[in-house]
Design a protein. Structure first.
Ligand SMILES: CC(C)(COP(=O)(O)OP(=O)(O)OC[C@H]1O[C@@H](n2cnc3c(N)ncnc32)[C@H](O)[C@@H]1OP(=O)(O)O)[C@@H](O)C(=O)NCCC(=O)NCCS
Length: 178
């Protein structure tokens, strides 16, 4: 996946229209253009974009949005263009976002994910995230629960072996947390 055609960089004005298209294709309640523009101005927000020069006419393969809140990285959005999924674009983005956030002092990372979103849960689990709780009915569009994923950045690493944790996590995904 990592080669001369692929670059991770900061979001620029010219990326917005492609990001909005990917966003609309990826979520039941996509962020609006105004939300993305607000995040571009938000001093604690960071938006990284994966650009692939081989994508004819377009270049954005995926993006990640996180907030740098003191020593915590809060992951708010990650999505990959439909025809570029399962090629490790999200893994690359997440790895780079974690690295950049650590350089700014992050020691842990947290995010929320829909209970039904197994591809995303598998991705986070691969990076060593653990399920720490549930926000019942958090997503108002469908009343779906959010699972709270969390990781200690001092001990996780992308693509590391987390042999025992997936089993524990699967249990936690299905358990009811108060
Ligand atoms: C979730 C998402 C970002 C993954 O992007 P991706 O570039 O396809 O992910 P990667 O290729 O880096 O995959 C890494 C791991 O994620 C998991 N994964 C990714 N897609 C999966 C799928 N369709 N089914 C099951 N697991 C999947 C796998 O564990 C995979 O590792 P493997 O390839 O060794 O099996 C992408 O499917 C997407 O954009 N979905 C819509 C938006 C979304 O749900 N964002 C997350 C919000 S919390």
């Amino acid at each position: 996946m990592e080669n001369d055609n692929i670059r991770i960089g900061e979001c620029e004005e010219g990326d917005i229209s492609e990001i909005i298209a990917i966003e609309g294709d990826s979520f039941p309640s996509p962020w609006s253009e105004n939300i993305f523009r607000g995040e571009m101005k938000n001093p604690i927000a960071r938006i990284l974009v994966c650009r692939d020069q081989r994508l004819a006419g377009k270049t954005v393969a995926g993006y990640v949005v996180y907030w740098q809140v003191a020593d915590e990285m809060q992951l708010h959005n990650i999505a990959v263009r439909k025809d570029q999924r399962k090629k490790r674009v999200a893994s690359l983005l997440l790895r780079e976002a974690i690295r950049a956030s650590q350089l700014e002092g992050a020691r842990s990372v947290t995010l929320e994910v829909r209970r039904s979103n197994l591809p995303a849960q598998n991705l986070y689990e691969k990076f060593g995230f653990l399920v720490k709780g549930v926000r019942p009915g958090y997503y108002s569009d469908m009343g779906e629960d959010a699972l709270i994923f969390w990781a200690d950045l001092d001990r996780i690493g992308p693509e590391r072996e987390h042999a025992r944790e997936p089993a524990k996590n699967r249990q936690a995904r299905n358990d009811d947390h108060d």
